[in-house]
Design a protein around this ligand. Structure first.
Ligand SMILES: NC(=O)c1ccc[n+]([C@@H]2O[C@H](COP(=O)([O-])OP(=O)(O)OC[C@H]3O[C@@H](n4cnc5c(N)ncnc54)[C@H](O)[C@@H]3O)[C@@H](O)[C@H]2O)c1
Ligand SMILES: [Zn+2]
Ligand SMILES: [Zn+2]
Length: 364
C-alpha cells in the first residue's frame, strides 16, 4: 500500500510503497478515507519529536473497517470509524476512572518490539506516528483508539473530530466544565480554537470572547458563535476583556501558548478563575508568575491535553451534534488534497483564510 513516509528529520513527506501487517489481537485494519493535517505532525517531521525515522505520521484519521483481529468485538468490516491519538489500556486506575489521557500503560495499544512491526519498508520497521499512521491508504490501529461514527458523516469532517475537535471542544466541556451563563475567552481562533467556540455554544456560555491577530480569523470566529471579537494586533486584549467582563472572565483558554498570550491570559482571569494552556508556542515559551499576585487574585492554571476527552463517548457525540446542525465542522474543512500533496498542504496553512486541510484522495 502507499504511504506518505518521512525518511529523516526535515525530509519531505514522500509517497512510497510500504508493507502493512494483518490485524492480530485487538487490532483493526482500516481503509483510510480522510486524514487531517495537524501542526503536531509538521513538528514531528521537522524536529523529529514523533519517534524515530522513517515514519508514517497522520493522526486525524477516518476510514472504513477492512478487517479485525480475533479479539475485536466492537467493530465489523464496513463500519465507519474515527481514530484518536489517546492511547489507553482500559485497565489502570486512571482508565477505570475515565481519565484516559493519563493512562499508565498507553503502550498497550502498540505492538511490542519483539512482534512483527505493523508497518515496514523492505524488512525495516517504520514508526507508526501516535500508533495511528493516518497518512497512508491503510492503517492498523488498536480498537481502543477507534470510535464508530454514522455512515452519513462526510469523511473530511469526520477525520477532524479526532484531534482538533476533541481538543478544542473538550477543553471547554470536559476540562473547564463551562456552565450555561458563564463567560469564556478564547485566544487564537485557528483549527483548534474554533472548536472551543463550538464547545462554548454547546455549553450555553453567554459571552464568547475571541482574540486573534487576523481579522479574517475573527470573522470566521463570529460564524462559529463568537459574541465579541478582539484583534490583539491593534487593540490591548487584556484591557478590552477587563472592560467587557467588568473585571475578568472565569475561563480563559490560550490556544497559542506563546509568552505574550500566556501573560495576556493571566491578566484576563477574574478572581477565582482559571486559565487553560492548550497551545504549544514553542519549546521555550514560558510564563513568570508572581506568587503573591496570583494567590491574592485566587487565580488557577490548568493544562489541557486532548481536551480530557473520553474518545469513545465524545467522538460519536460531536458527530451527532454536527448532524443536528449544532456543531460546525463544515467550515473547518478549507481544502481537500491528495496523499502526494501533504507538504503543499502544510504550506497553504500559512494562509490565514485556511482553517484545516484534509487528505481525501488516497491515490488508490
Ligand atoms: N494540548 C493539546 O492536547 C493540543 C492538541 C492539539 C493541538 N494543540 C496545539 O494547539 C495550538 C493551536 O493549534 P491550531 O491547529 O488551532 O493552530 P492554528 O495555527 O490553526 O491557530 C492558531 C491561531 O492563533 C492565532 N494567533 C497567533 N498568534 C496570536 C496572538 N499573539 N494572539 C492571538 N491569536 C494569535 C493565529 O492567527 C491562528 O488563528 C497549537 O499550538 C497546537 O500544537 C494542543
Ligand atoms: Zn493534532
Ligand atoms: Zn490505562
Amino acid at each position: 500500500m502507499k504511504a506518505a513516509v518521512v525518511n529523516e528529520a526535515g525530509a519531505p513527506f514522500t509517497v512510497q510503497e510500504i508493507q502493512i501487517a494483518a490485524p492480530i489481537g485487538s487490532e483493526v485494519l482500516i481503509d483510510v478515507q480522510a486524514s487531517g493535517l495537524c501542526h503536531s505532525d509538521l513538528s514531528a517531521r521537522i524536529f523529529g519529536i514523533g519517534g524515530a525515522f522513517p515514519a508514517v505520521f497522520g493522526h486525524e484519521v477516518a476510514g472504513i473497517v477492512a478487517a479485525v483481529g480475533p479479539d475485536v468485538t466492537e467493530f465489523v468490516p464496513g463500519d465507519h470509524v474515527v481514530g484518536s491519538l489517546i492511547q489507553s489500556c482500559g485497565e489502570c486506575l486512571h482508565c477505570l476512572a475515565g481519565d484516559l489521557v493519563n493512562c499508565e500503560h498507553p503502550e498497550r495499544t502498540e505492538r511490542s518490539a519483539e512482534q512483527e512491526p505493523r508497518l515496514s519498508l523492505d524488512g525495516q520497521a517504520l514508526t507508526q506516528g501516535m500508533a495511528l499512521g493516518g497518512f497512508a491508504q491503510q492503517a492498523l490501529i488498536h480498537a481502543r483508539q477507534l470510535a464508530k461514527v454514522p455512515e452519513d458523516l462526510p469523511w473530511a469532517q469526520a477525520a477532524l473530530i479526532g484531534c482538533g475537535v476533541l481538543t478544542g471542544a473538550g477543553a471547554v466541556l470536559n476540562t473547564a466544565n463551562v456552565k450555561q451563563g458563564e463567560t469564556v475567552v478564547i485566544i487564537g481562533a485557528g483549527g483548534v480554537g474554533l472548536n472551543a467556540i463550538s464547545g462554548a455554544v454547546v455549553a450555553g456560555a453567554t459571552r464568547i470572547i475571541v482574540t486573534d491577530i487576523e481579522d479574517g480569523k475573527l470573522e470566521r470566529a463570529k460564524r462559529f458563535g463568537a459574541t465579541h471579537v478582539i484583534n490583539s494586533a491593534n487593540t490591548d486584549p487584556v484591557a478590552a476583556v477587563l472592560e467587557l467582563t467588568d473585571g475578568g472572565a472565569p475561563h480563559v483558554f490560550d490556544f497559542v501558548g506563546a509568552a505574550p498570550t500566556l501573560k495576556q491570559a493571566i491578566g484576563m482571569v477574574e478572581q477565582g478563575g482559571t486559565m487553560y494552556i492548550i497551545g504549544i508556542g514553542g519549546p521555550t515559551a514560558s510564563l513568570e508568575i508572581n506568587a503573591l499576585e496570583f494567590l491574592v487574585g485566587r487565580k488557577n492554571i490548568r493544562t489541557v491535553y486532548m481536551g480530557h476527552s473520553d474518545m469513545k463517548r465524545d467522538i460519536p457525540m460531536y458527530a451527532e451534534l454536527y448532524r443536528q446542525g449544532r456543531f460546525n465542522l463544515d467550515e473547518l474543512v478549507s481544502k481537500e488534497i491528495s496523499l502526494s500533496q501533504i507538504d503543499e498542504g502544510y504550506e497553504s496553512l500559512k494562509d490565514g483564510s485556511i482553517a484545516r486541510v484534509v487528505v481525501t484522495d488516497l491515490e488508490r
